[in-house]
Design a protein around this ligand. Structure first.
Ligand code: FSX
Ligand code: SF4
Ligand code: F3S
Length: 367
């Protein structure tokens, strides 16, 4: 078992429950989820056993969970689960690690959650990813066969990710292609996925003993139910036709919309524009990088970085006055859930027709 005290040295019970509550609110989950999850997890025997496998990936998905500030998602997640096997975190290696995996599968058969990171190469009988002499194909099939449910963590495990880009030399696919028929699974794409969404799924599981509601790509609706574009802090500039034209130009420096630099926010479903990363402080667009669609398997590494996304959501309000510098940076953040609700209410109340399509690119008033 992974020794959680190495990772959770100073987390008091009070801080733990408080942090769960904040994150529950930010994710838009029922408020009871945090209390009930904390209560369930207070009995160690109630914590779901978890086996966590890695295949073709950069380990960024695990790193995103670990390399954040106090209390990190890792601290919180490890208080809620019984982590039996995780190659990045555990001390075991070699034969001892192989034994640990087999023992965990046997001991918790039918009860454990399997978390999968990384894609699985199918080409040439899977020789391009082997661990302990076994292919990723065999390890995944064997481990998934006795799992209660599977969480595909990251775009690689969801649909192949970076290893499947271009000519896909290893024949990389996501885990869903190999999972046994009928096994419940959920996907948390992203490169990396937002750690708070994994935490949300774990809390939901503890609370309701089932996976949350999903969309057609098996992504939880609480996290992937809206477009990046809807709550983007640069959205007022999009609506007002103010665009950065080149990296480093005046518009870019002033926080104008990144659409013309290839931003895929209008076709990407995820909650990073509202919850962000690292305690709600940073995210790609906030840092000046166009969204590359890392939660959409048919966009990331498939669409050119600089192509213009088809905008499926019109302006929220055509009467929005041009943004001023003072408007910039005042968007909802992870820890201002009430503000998110207010913005959503204003949008719906304003009668925005979300389904209509704009067949052309947004007008650019700066032309
Ligand atoms: Fe992929 Fe994750 Fe990107 Fe990296 O495990 S989703 S390459 S952040 O590490 O799988
Ligand atoms: Fe934000 Fe991108 Fe939409 Fe512009 S196009 S408002 S930068 S998500
Ligand atoms: Fe990914 Fe776009 Fe969010 S690149 S992290 S979905 S802003």
């Amino acid at each position: 078992m992974v020794e959680k005290s190495l990772l959770t040295p100073n987390l008091s019970r009070r801080d733990f429950v408080k942090a769960l509550g904040t994150i529950t609110t930010a994710l838009g989950l029922p408020l009871t989820v945090a209390d009930k999850a904390a209560e369930a997890a207070s009995n160690v025997d109630n914590r779901p056993p978890v086996i966590w496998l890695h295949f073709q990936e950069c380990t960024g998905c695990s790193e995103a969970i670990l390399k954040t500030t106090h209390p990190s998602p890792a601290e919180l997640i490890l208080e809620l689960i019984n982590l039996c096997y995780q190659e990045t975190l555990m001390a075991d290696f070699g034969h001892s690690a192989e034994r640990l995996l087999e023992e965990s599968i046997k001991k918790y058969a039918g009860k454990y959650i399997l978390i999968v990171e990384g894609s699985i190469p199918l080409k040439d009988n899977g020789v391009y990813c082997k661990i302990g002499g076994k292919t990723a194909i065999d390890i995944l099939k064997h481990t998934a066969a006795s799992a209660a449910a599977v969480i595909n963590l990251g775009i690689c495990a969801t649909s192949g990710g970076i290893a499947s880009a271009g000519s896909n030399p290893t024949g990389a696919v996501g885990a869903p292609e190999l999972l046994p028929e009928g096994i419940p699974y959920i996907s948390l794409p992203g490169c990396p996925p937002n750690p708070y969404n994994l935490l949300g799924v774990v809390m939901f599981l503890l609370n309701f003993n089932k996976l949350p509601e999903v969309d057609s790509k098996k992504r939880p609706l609480f996290a992937y139910g809206t477009l990046i574009h809807e709550y983007c802090e640069r959205r007022a500039n999009f609506d007002a036709g103010r665009f950065a034209k080149e990296f480093g130009d005046e518009g870019h420096r002033n926080g104008f919309c990144l659409y013309q630099l290839g931003c895929k926010g209008p076709i990407t479903h995820a909650n990073c524009s509202s919850i962000k990363f690292n305690e709600g402080i940073v995210w790609p667009i906030g840092n000046g990088n166009p969204c590359i669609g890392c939660t959409e398997g048919d966009v990331l590494f498939k669409e050119s970085l600089f192509s213009h996304a088809m905008v499926i959501q019109p302006r929220l309000n055509s009467n929005v006055p041009p943004a001023t510098p003072e408007d910039l940076g005042k968007s909802p953040t992870a820890f201002q859930g009430a503000v998110v609700g207010t913005v959503l209410g204003a949008v719906v109340g304003g009668g925005a027709v979300l389904a209509s399509k704009l067949s052309k690119e947004p007008e650019d008033e700066n032309k």
